[in-house]
Design a protein around this ligand. Structure first.
Ligand code: KG4
Ligand code: ZN
Length: 329
């Protein structure tokens, strides 16, 4: 029997728990989304999020542990940052309690590192996990657009980040301008399906850096829409193409310069099909991307990451604290 990690994720608006064996095989993975609740406000309300985690966390863990006893679990992994402080506290407290009572090792996991580890999971489609180091990781979520060089497990070097809006945040703001609702990424992708990307929108290349910027694009989109007479579908398609063009082109160029073996995509925006199509069309370097449900927040990725902490013996101790602004590398 392989090593089983129970993981808990409550960093933002998804309450999630999962059991993963040997860092790759998903035994169970449960995600309770709060999207419908926050959609009323057009974004995540931190106070509301913490309370929803409090309500959902025990049922979600119980569901993930269906048919599994705690005696079969070898360690507890929990997201300790970055994220919303009040939300992180719920998961970390529960994880600590279980670890303490069961005398299990506890691992405080970086949410961004966990996103990368979704690439190690055997997906439902049965794609074999075949990560090779060194690799270049693009993490594109609601709060981050990071380019990270990975030499080995736990060996990360951040090369670039967004200077303003994160890629997911840009999708969310653009969707709000277009009246498409929250979360914006899936809404833009759906609307773009019936449009053509012919409208001129700027791309911030930020040459000679590994950084990204999306706020100028958002402003340009606002001007385009406020002038009127444009189809929402065409604006959505043009916006999606502009964001994914910059992400793919800059990542592929960096991967070439750094001579990495692979590119790993992760985070909610990696669920976008136009983004993966651009990598397919343009990248001479092999790239991996998790299936969409493992790109967005889940606990299986936290368990996969926790497994490598377990192997290296880097436990967190029962005085683990949350670090809302925790960085990478
Ligand atoms: O990784 P994630 O679930 O949570 C964070 O850690 O932030 O990412 C959420 C972000 C949101 O901004 C959402 O609009 C975006 O990912 N997203 C997408 C898609 N699905 C989710 N963006 C573009 N296309 C999608 N299909
Ligand atoms: Zn995330």
């Amino acid at each position: 029997m392989g090593t089983k990690i129970l993981a808990i994720e409550t960093s933002c608006d998804e309450t999630a728990a999962a059991v993963v064996e040997e860092g790759t095989r998903i035994v169970s993975s449960v995600v309770a989304s709060q999207i419908d609740i926050h959609a009323r406000y057009g974004g995540v309300v931190p106070e509301v999020a913490s309370r929803q985690h409090l309500l959902a966390v025990i049922p979600v863990i119980s569901q993930a542990m269906t048919g599994i006893t705690l005696q079969e679990i070898n360690g507890i992994a929990v997201t300790s940052g970055p994220g919303l402080a009040g939300s992180l506290l719920v998961g970390v407290n529960v994880a600590k309690s279980i670890a303490l009572v069961e005398e299990l090792p506890l691992f405080g996991i970086n949410h961004l590192e966990a996103h990368i580890y979704a690439n190690w999971l055997d997906s439902n489609e049965g794609r074999a996990s075949g990560v090779e180091f060194p690799c270049l990781c693009l993490i594109v979520s609601g709060g981050h657009s990071d380019l990270v060089l990975m030499y080995g497990h736990g060996q990360l070097k951040k090369l670039g980040q967004t200077r303003d809006d994160a890629a997911g945040e840009a999708f969310d703001k653009a969707a709000r301008i277009l009246g498409l609702g929250y979360p914006g990424g899936p809404a833009i992708e759906k609307a773009a399906g019936s449009g053509t990307p012919h409208l001129p929108l700027p791309r911030a290349w930020l040459k000679d850096t590994y950084d990204f910027s999306f706020s100028g694009l958002k402003t340009a989109l606002w001007h385009l829409v406020s002038r009127g007479e444009v189809s929402v579908a065409d604006v959505a398609a043009s916006f999606q193409l502009a964001v994914t063009d910059v992400l793919a082109t800059k990542t592929i160029e960096a991967a070439r310069q750094l001579k990495v073996k692979q590119i790993l995509l992760s985070g909610g925006v990696a669920a976008n099909k136009t983004l993966t199509q651009r990598f397919l069309a343009k990248s001479p370097i092999p790239f991996l991307v998790p299936p969409p449900h493992l790109c967005t927040d889940n606990a299986a990725m936290v368990a996969a990451c926790g497994y490598y902490h377990f192997r290296s013996g880097s436990t967190s101790g029962y005085d683990l604290d949350v670090v809302p602004s925790r960085g990478l590398g």
